[in-house]
Design a protein around this ligand. Sequence first.
Ligand SMILES: [Zn+2]
Ligand SMILES: [Zn+2]
Length: 495
Amino acid sequence: MCQVEEDYNGLERNQEKIPVPTFNRKCVKCKEGTAVLIIRVNDAFCRSCFKEYFIHKFRAMLGKNRVIFPQEKVLLAVSGGAASCSMLSQVQEGLSREAPKKLRFVPGILHIDDGGACGRSAEERQRSNALLKSIFTDTGFPYFIVSLEQVFSLPSSVLVPGTSDPDPSNPGYKQAVDQYIKEKQTLTEENVASAVAQLSLEDSPEHKLALERLFSSLKTLTAKEDMLQTLRLHLILHIARENGYSKVMMGDSCSRLAVKLLSNIALGRGAALASDTGFSDARYGDVVIVRPMRDYSSKEIAFYSRMFHVPSVFISGLDTKTHDKASIQRLTESFVTNLQSDFPSTVSTIYRTSEKLHTVMPPQSQTAEPASKCLLCLCTLDTKENKASAFHATLVSEQLSQFKRQDPSVDAPEQCCTEGQGCGSGDCCSSNRLPSHQDLKTLLCYSCSLTIKDMVATNTLPPYITTEAEKRQKRSRMKMEIREYLLEDDEEDGD
Ligand SMILES: [Zn+2]
Ligand SMILES: [Zn+2]
């Protein structure tokens, strides 16, 4: 991030060198204050106008989209970075009594500690969690700090999209506002004040080991990053559902989303692009992801957090200290960063493309049955979209040959270590047969199947994934059995 800024500053200095130095310029907005920063080529803002601009942008984004209802519980996913911490400070600002147009939702904070997957030491994790804890406590909002190891105790229901009931029970925005005004008298400040801190960091040593095994089973950094993002989302989703949050706010900036957009294309996630990068993402049904920071560039965020002392915590990730070409995500990031420094407006052009996609692409179907959604990312399966595709044909033939190999009348001895490797856990072989790469492939979208393909052993996946895979596999086997039966019937009738 610092790199971006320095490049930026260098660029601006070059441009402004001859006519007027930055520090002598007046603010373009109030025409009085001395400009302290330049956002775009001719927009020089003074300190107070910049603050106003920054705050206004956040409210405008929420106001324009009108997806958050008064008194709705909204979970803020805070990684500790500048973008999500600025988001947190904007929510605080908006809820404060002095705010001209008060935000009316009920916030909570969630931080996922992914140190176990990123190889951070116990001390490092403790230190960053303590820092975050003090930041979160200061807000007075209820908060959760949860370790990624918790995915090993998730229920398989996480992977089933909830029903959102978009029509009858869910009131329209105006109705919700009216309701809110009516109930306003009964609403006290207690709601916010009754902050409950929840830390589930007590992980069993088995879970710690299981997470390590899972990530060392992934052969490439690209797959590791993809898996980390998937698991993190499942955990966020679970915690939101468990605690009655129906919206989750993510701090993705415009620069971040531009990287995501391009890397997702490279990763084969084209079909899910609109929901992966749009303002709101309703693929999970009952919990909707919103991205209110998507209009801010990382430069604006960096300036704001420095100028107004927004506390944040640096936490090293999977790709910290890796070279530019270590993963597709990392390579795209360095590409966008360089673009941003050489051609600043290009990044917002990329990001605006995602907005256009959002309108052209049909929204993700919320009513589709779980089997038609990807097991891991829950997007609508692109692999089944085109029944005439070669991909589909291969899938069907693989599925059929596998199905025929298994004689349904004889219960074959349950196997556990499908990859011919020891599974390491004692009671594993008595449990369900674990799905192989091939089994999983039929349940995954194109992109997720590539990630799984990069795994040495699928039996390192958390139980909630393998259990749900097993369930869906059984269902589809049954469907195929019925289809074959009906087909035979038809043939007999024809004779
Ligand atoms: Zn000004
Ligand atoms: Zn997927």
